[in-house]
Design a protein around this ligand. Structure first.
Ligand SMILES: [Zn+2]
Ligand SMILES: [Zn+2]
Length: 131
């Protein structure tokens, strides 16, 4: 698992590149980086409960810090800005999360599973789930 994630930087998918705003790299990413303090901002959005640290017992925030070893996986952390609703055009602060590889992958997998479920439902001719 650690080797698999090593050096992974989550590049923007080519088909989505045109959808990112022009100021993505110059303004949006620096803004979110400043907000996160270069530490993963995930507080459970990826679907797992992050370990409780005594001094921050209420937030359950992921402990991955950009450029350092991941506290659980051991690989070097690369934080990337992700869109919670998977819409690159939507760069509102609350749609963006500075996340480590683990949280990013888990979040995407969770979403893919949800999408697959919805697709299955649609194929069966059941009513739209509204998601
Ligand atoms: Zn994380
Ligand atoms: Zn997480």
């Amino acid at each position: 698992m650690a080797g698999e994630l090593e050096g992974c930087t989550m590049p923007i998918k080519p088909e989505n590149k045109a959808r990112y705003p022009k100021n993505w790299k110059s303004e949006v990413v620096p803004r979110i980086r400043a907000r996160s303090g270069n530490r993963c901002e995930c507080t459970g959005q990826c679907g797992i409960v992050h370990s409780i640290q005594p001094e921050e017992a209420t937030t359950l925030r992921c402990w991955a810090i950009n450029g350092e070893r991941h506290p659980i996986g051991g690989y070097r952390v690369v934080l990337t800005v992700m869109h919670l609703n998977h819409t690159p055009e939507d760069c509102a602060d609350d749609n963006l999360l500075h996340g480590c590889q683990s949280c990013h992958l888990r979040y995407d997998q969770k979403d893919n599973q949800r999408k697959a479920r919805v697709t299955r439902f649609r194929k069966q001719g059941q009513e739209d789930l509204g998601v």
